[in-house]
Design a protein around this ligand. Structure first.
Ligand SMILES: [Zn+2]
Length: 86
């Protein structure tokens, strides 16, 4: 029976796994890809409140895009190529 050395192969794969990213973004904004991560408790998201002071969503502090509490885009900010309603 032929035996192959599989452990050598897996070691090569581990080397490939080495981190080469210059900037690691933990929690990117889906619109501008900027970092929204602040620490384990807070993000950089700006909370949006309604008239009853209830949190209804959040805003990206980088591109000013607004999202609802499900993370769906409500309002794209800072981008002028989106045609707004009059
Ligand atoms: Zn953003």
């Amino acid at each position: 029976m032929e035996k192959r050395n599989f452990s050598e192969q897996s070691q090569k794969n581990q080397k490939k796994y080495k981190k080469t990213k210059r900037k690691e973004i933990k929690d990117p904004c889906t619109v501008c890809d900027e970092e929204l991560y602040l620490n384990d408790v807070y993000t950089q998201r700006v909370g949006l409140l309604n008239d009853y002071e209830e949190v209804v969503g959040w805003m990206c502090p980088h591109c000013k895009s607004e999202f609802d509490s499900d993370g769906k885009i409500k309002n794209l900010g800072g981008t002028s190529n989106i045609s707004g309603e009059a």
